[in-house]
Write a protein that binds this ligand. Structure first.
Ligand SMILES: Nc1nc2c(c(=O)[nH]1)N[C@H]1C(S)=C(S)[C@@H](COP(=O)(O)OP(=O)(O)OC[C@H]3O[C@@H](n4cnc5c(=O)[nH]c(N)nc54)[C@H](O)[C@@H]3O)O[C@H]1N2
Ligand SMILES: Nc1nc2c(c(=O)[nH]1)N[C@H]1C(S)=C(S)[C@@H](COP(=O)(O)OP(=O)(O)OC[C@H]3O[C@@H](n4cnc5c(=O)[nH]c(N)nc54)[C@H](O)[C@@H]3O)O[C@H]1N2
Ligand SMILES: [Mo]
Length: 700
């Protein structure tokens, strides 16, 4: 029996440290690492069963070639040599005819490892040699990152462990008990010590249930709410003048902006009662330290960047940035800085190439702006289920003249459109270096078991493709370990190889005590950088699309993290599918009554872009005018063959070309009752065989 340190690679702030037990070459147990200060022995509802996912009968084990039509999902097994020979021939042909930029390496967030994932640029040396288009990973967090950075010079905010010291905690557009629960133990501890916890979310989530107070503003109105709260802080004379004078720039201008948002106006913009705004503003004015947890959910709106810029400005007014437990926390990304340049090897690029926003996939595939995309290499991504504008993504992937390679663990909805499918290793089978964007630790993930079938790591697949293309640049053949050592340096690599993890910050770390990494060295209420970028020089309120009236599609649809899936990962895992049930929408009783909907009904949710089907739940856990669903369902496992992203628009947010997943308008109509309706036939295929209750894949 041997134990290996590893780490969860999934796109979640927690990046858990785990220990894998191996007996006779088989992984027999995977548990949270008890010695790890952040993970503390606990994983999550999804990853506890990770080894079952590794051993799943439907895992992709061999390279495959498509034999049916695009999207049909029929493949035949081929050898790695056949697969890489065909890929090499097609990529060479595309490059010779259309130029390297006709190739799009399309990477998602399936693995956040520094070796296999590389911030969306795994395989970059190969793409540089080929002169392929550069991929911009915009789906998740870019708008908030840029917004917070205008204010503070970085979006790496509070060390989340310091929430234990907060006296007021505002959970603002974040649902940690579902989307990364470890931070909650620090929050609960603070709550035990008397801290007041407020959840600001149009949905009464699991997290909001545990808060002392729940405020449900109109989606996308958060920056207006923040300005209203700050006005009360000013009215009470509670701004920290000393802190402001020594550590910030542009306060006078910002003060004028704040004055434009009196509580009555804010009540109108946010749909919140004025007295609730005044009460929270008073708390904010009188409670030091106040810690704000504001994560990605908040910025999936037209004004998402502006919202995060505002969040990072609030502690500048109250002076909270100076205290442990004070400040704002979007992520910790950017604090740990491996040697990325050393592995990207941008020096191999012959001439500059264009950058493509991953959210524009449908547009790029359908509009075919020069040079047109002729080859798409998809890895760690499932755009068919995760990208907006689903109908057009499908149309794009259906293009007969498009050569598509998909590398994955399973035959996803995207994989069905591949010409060649390649089997990828899972985290217990390959080497990686992982941190977590919600904590301050770095981990080494040691391969614990041999890969199943003929699966190979992402980097090994690129080495094989490079070899088949007869490329002789030595950087293309760096081993996974070479890359890890380049990233970390030998000393840290070896330390982590032995110990598994390391904290890279001092305990109880308080950022910005030596200044802010902005051009002025101070927190910038007024940002000349933003002004130069053509944006409002001050933090402000940018309305969401959902605030403009659309009588045909009056309901705001929010589809955040599902408790049981991780994006589309695990949405083919039988036990988790059973727990999640089918797609569901929650409506307020007033909105349901108007449409003759009752709990248990089957409904069609639609707008001009598309539609999906869902079971109805009527509850007051959403505010009127808002409906809640979740992301992640596989199209082939749900009735109607579409998920929420059939209704989501491909439209850039205010900063960085980010996504507007939660800025969406729809209408709902009744289709019938769920009872007595068959689930799509292929769900049966995934029911655990021979176990009672196997058919719980039914919607409820
Ligand atoms: N179980 C599970 N965990 C996950 C994921 C998953 O799919 N499943 N996904 C992972 C990924 S990729 C990410 S990026 C993170 C995201 O994790 P979070 O940052 O928590 O993001 P979301 O789940 O999108 O949304 C969080 C909350 O924001 C609320 N919200 C939406 N719009 C608004 C708004 O305008 N104002 C306010 N105040 N609130 C709003 C939503 O109702 C939701 O409850 O979670 C990660 N963790
Ligand atoms: N409606 C709605 N849609 C959303 C969101 C939302 O809040 N609402 N959230 C968005 C967010 S935050 C994100 S991050 C995106 C995520 O969108 P994607 O990046 O497309 O993420 P997944 O859907 O999880 O697909 C990841 C795929 O990578 C595969 N994979 C995992 N590890 C590896 C590996 O090591 N190698 C290879 N080759 N494959 C691997 C998995 O099996 C899975 O099929 O979705 C976005 N979509
Ligand atoms: Mo994400």
């Amino acid at each position: 029996m041997t134990e290996f340190f590893g780490a969860c690679p999934l796109d979640c702030p927690d990046g858990c440290s785990w220990v894998v037990t191996v007996e006779d070459g088989k992984a027999t147990r995977l548990r949270g690492n008890r010695e790890h200060p952040y993970t503390a022995g606990a994983l999550c509802a999804k990853v506890n069963g990770y080894l079952d996912h590794v051993a799943a009968p439907d895992r992709l084990l061999y390279p495959m070639r498509r034999v049916g039509g695009k999207g049909e999902g029929r493949f035949e097994r081929i050898s790695w040599d056949e697969a890489t020979a065909e890929i090499a021939q097609r990529l060479h042909a595309v490059r010779d005819t259309y130029g390297g930029e006709a190739i799009w390496p399309f990477q998602g967030t399936g693995s956040l490892g520094w070796v296999q994932g590389l911030e969306g640029r795994a395989g970059q040396p190969l793409w540089n040699v080929l002169g392929a288009s550069r991929h911009d990973m915009t789906a998740c967090s870019v708008a908030g990152r840029i917004g917070a950075t205008y204010t503070a010079g970085t979006s790496a905010g509070m060390d989340p462990e310091t929430f234990v010291d907060s006296k007021l905690i505002i959970l603002w557009g974040t649902n940690p008990l579902t989307s990364g629960h470890h931070v909650f133990k620090f929050i609960r501890e603070a709550q035990k010590r008397g801290a007041h916890v407020v959840a600001i979310d149009p949905i009464r989530t699991r997290t909001a249930e545990r808060a002392d107070e729940w405020l449900a503003p109109l989606p996308g109105s958060d920056a207006a709410l923040a300005l209203g709260l700050l006005q009360i802080v000013l009215d009470m004379g509670a701004e920290d003048r000393e802190y402001i004078a020594a550590n910030t720039v542009g306060f006078e201008a910002f003060e004028r902006r704040i004055r434009e948002f009196p509580p009555a106006r804010v009540a109108e913009l946010t749909g919140l009662p004025e007295e609730r705004i005044v009460a929270l503003g008073t708390r904010l004015a009188t409670t030091r330290p106040t810690g704000i947890r504001c994560t990605q959910g908040l910025q999936r709106h037209a004004g998402g960047g502006a919202a995060l810029r505002m969040m990072y400005a609030i502690p500048g007014v109250t002076g909270d940035w100076q205290y442990p437990g004070g400040g704002a926390s979007y992520s910790t990304s950017g604090r740990f800085t491996p040697n990325l340049a050393g592995v990207y090897r941008d020096d191999l690029l012959e001439k500059p190439v264009r950058t493509l926003n991953m959210l524009h996939l449908a547009d790029e595939l359908l509009n075919q702006d020069a040079p047109p995309i002729k080859a798409l290499v998809v890895y760690q991504a499932n755009p068919m289920g995760s990208n907006p504008d689903q109908r057009r993504v499908r149309e794009g992937l259906q293009r007969e003249d498009l050569f598509t390679v998909v590398m994955d663990h399973f035959q996803t909805d995207t994989a069905d459109y591949a010409d060649i499918l390649l089997p990828a290793t899972m985290q217990v089978e390959h080497l990686d270096v992982n941190d977590g964007y919600g904590h301050s630790y770095i981990h080494l993930n040691r391969p614990a078991v041999a890969p199943r079938g003929e699966a190979v790591s992402t980097l090994e697949a690129f080495r094989r493709i490079a070899r088949a293309m007869e490329l002789d640049e030595p950087a293309l053949y760096a081993s996974d370990e070479d890359v890890a050592r380049t990233l970390l340096g030998d000393e840290l690599f070896e330390e982590l190889w032995e110990k598994g993890w390391k904290r890279y910050l001092p305990d109880r770390y308080v950022p910005f005590t030596d200044g802010f990494p902005t051009p002025s060295g101070k927190l910038e209420f007024y940002s000349e950088t933003a002004e130069r970028d053509g944006l409002d020089p001050l933090p402000g309120y940018t309305p969401s699309q959902v605030t403009s009236p659309d009588e045909e599609h009056p309901l705001a649809l929010i589809a955040p993290a599902s408790h049981w899936f991780l994006n589309t990962i695990f949405a083919n895992k039988p036990d988790l599918m059973a727990k999640a049930g089918g797609p569901r929408i929650t409506l307020h009783p007033d909105d349901a009554r108007e449409r003759g909907l009752e709990s248990g009904d089957r409904a069609r949710v639609f707008n001009a872009r598309g539609a999906f089907e869902a079971e109805v739940l009527v509850a007051d856990s959403v505010r009127p005018g808002v409906i809640a669903s979740t992301k992640g369902h596989w199209l082939k496992h749900v009735r109607g063959g579409a998920n929420v992203n059939a209704t989501v628009e491909e439209r850039d947010s205010d900063m960085g070309g980010g996504a507007v997943y939660h800025d969406n308008r729809v209408q709902v109509e009744r289709l019938g009752s769920v009872q007595g309706n068959d689930q799509p036939r292929d769900q049966a295929r995934f029911a655990p065989r021979g176990r009672a209750g196997a058919v719980q894949l039914r919607a409820r």
